[in-house]
Design a protein around this ligand. Structure first.
Ligand SMILES: Cc1cc2nc3c(=O)[nH]c(=O)nc-3n(C[C@H](O)[C@H](O)[C@H](O)COP(=O)(O)OP(=O)(O)OC[C@H]3O[C@@H](n4cnc5c(N)ncnc54)[C@H](O)[C@@H]3O)c2cc1C
Length: 200
């Protein structure tokens, strides 16, 4: 903690009282970095669970043959692939140069929230596959679980990600969906019963 430090005005980042804007701006790429980092951090858990379940035997056969085990591995593979897809599509949107700052903010917030929660799920499933020994420090699963828990908290908690996603979505929706778009509400057979559509 620094107190009473005198800093010449010319060294003030983004001018006097301008630091918060820089901070807010820099947090956005940090969130995408956290998403990519979290995928890399949890991937070894899946590798450990896959190898372990193919070697560990119960009732005379490798436990990967039991669906309850194999399904945890299947879901983990799917969650990690989903997470990668979301991060890649976010990066592609940014690199395209066509995405608005609001769209980029939304996609990055979605990546950060989705990836961190998927990773938590994957780490838990993989620990479950490895059983009791997976909880000990004989395998690094317990460390992976602890490490990736941070991703739901830092660079803005996932609740803050939800706030950003909802805020950007409403802005984007009402800006892009205008009168010239087909009104899907009219697809319903009773769409003309407007007295049933009560908003207040
Ligand atoms: C290991 C570690 C390293 C870190 N490194 C850095 C760093 O290098 N630089 C840096 O600047 N910061 C760093 N941080 C801080 C981190 O970014 C913050 O902890 C994080 O943004 C959450 O803020 P907070 O801890 O003040 O939680 P709070 O803001 O006090 O939140 C507490 C709870 O309230 C909820 N909450 C708060 N406001 C709302 C709201 N409006 N709506 C709904 N829910 C809400 C949160 O989601 C959370 O569940 C680090 C934190 C950790 C744990």
């Amino acid at each position: 903690m620094l107190k009473g430090v005198r800093v010449p005005e010319r060294f003030a980042l983004n001018g006097i009282n301008g630091g918060a804007a820089v901070f807010k701006h820099m947090m956005i790429p940090e969130r995408l970095g956290t998403s990519a980092m979290t995928i890399g951090a949890v991937r070894p858990a899946l590798e450990i669970a896959t190898r372990y379940s193919s070697k560990r035997k119960a009732f005379g056969q490798p436990i990967m043959n039991f669906q309850a085990v194999g399904f945890n591995v299947a879901d983990s593979v799917m969650l990690l692939d989903n997470a990668r897809s979301l991060v890649y599509s976010t990066c592609l949107a940014i690199d395209s140069g066509n995405a608005t700052p609001g769209r980029i903010r939304r996609m990055i917030s979605q990546s950060k929230k989705y990836v961190s929660e998927a990773a938590w799920d994957v780490a838990n499933k993989c620990m479950q596959v490895v059983g009791g020994i997976g909880y000990t420090n004989v395998y690094p699963l317990e460390r992976i679980l602890r490490d990736i828990r941070l991703s739901m908290i830092w660079v803005g908690t996932n609740e803050i990600m939800q706030l950003i996603i909802q805020m950007e979505w409403y802005k984007e929706f009402f800006k892009t969906v205008k009168g010239d778009v087909r009104d899907v509400e009219l697809d319903s057979p009773n769409a003309d019963q407007t007295d049933e559509k009560v908003y207040e």
